[in-house]
Design a protein around this ligand. Structure first.
Ligand code: ADP
Ligand code: MG
Length: 230
């Protein structure tokens, strides 16, 4: 489970500061997707960065599996990201020279050696996940041989390689057409259910929202009352 309690984040802005996230509280339970919407600049990515332990908030708590991760030092936070958090950004950031299967397997080589699965097990897990994201026949393909939608599927599979309890996804459909975008959202809903992740999904496309377990709407960093969400 991930729970944000009264999170506020500001950035320096000339002589003053801009408030990117303003006193936001929300929860995602295992097996559920919470959608986060709002106009450009409303603080969606900032909120995910705080949830991902990539930025420490000015105030508030981020509770992941009963630990307030805002109190972790940099090393502990990195360890938590490796083991418990899957992150999918808008751009897939795949490594051009690696095949789809290698993009996933390489995750196993990061971090302390005691944490590594044996390579055969990692390769097997990579194949299972490529299958789960609908790419069983693409494992030897490199990024330039895959479509945008397929690259995003590899990106999602990679985020799941270390069996995270929390999955954070930022606008995964923004570079895709409507149909491929809908397929990616379907996939995230399915994988959340199957792998029991607590998922936060930022999207500006409102057509997908009815299928999520909860939706929050941000304006100027603040959560809007549910009745204001059309
Ligand atoms: P969204 O993802 O909803 O488009 P962001 O979280 O990217 O919104 O941005 C929220 C606000 O925080 C904006 O005003 C943006 O300019 C500001 N902001 C985001 N990241 C930074 C940063 N690294 N430094 C300064 N200001 C930032
Ligand atoms: Mg953003």
């Amino acid at each position: 489970m991930i729970r944000l309690n009264n999170v506020t984040l500001t950035f320096p802005d000339g002589d003053s500061r801009v408030t990117a996230v303003d006193d936001v509280s929300l929860t995602a339970r295992p097996g559920t997707v919470t959608g986060i919407t709002g106009p450009s600049g409303s603080g969606k990515s900032s909120l995910l960065a705080v949830a991902a332990t990539l930025i420490r908030p000015d105030a508030g708590e981020v509770i992941i599996d009963d630990v307030d991760v805002t109190r972790l030092d940099a090393g502990e936070a990195a360890e938590l990201r490796r083991n418990s958090i899957g992150i999918v950004f808008q751009q897939s950031n795949l490594i051009p020279s690696l095949t789809a299967q290698e993009q996933l397997s390489v995750m196993n080589e990061l971090g302390g050696s005691h944490r590594r699965r044996n390579r055969a097990r990692a390769a097997e897990r990579a194949l299972e996940l490529l299958d789960a994201v609908g790419l069983p026949d693409q494992r030897r393909k490199r990024p330039h041989q895959l479509s945008g939608g397929q690259r995003q599927r590899v990106n999602i599979a990679r985020a799941l390689m270390n069996d995270p309890s929390v999955l954070l996804v930022d606008e995964p459909t923004s570079a895709l057409d409507q149909e491929r975008g809908a397929g990616i959202i379907d996939l995230i809903l399915q994988l959340t259910d199957r792998l029991d992740t607590s998922t936060l999904l930022v999207t500006h496309d409102r057509s997908h929202l009815p299928r999520m377990h909860g939706v929050v709407h941000l304006v100027d960093g603040r959560l809007q009352p549910v009745s204001d969400v059309a």
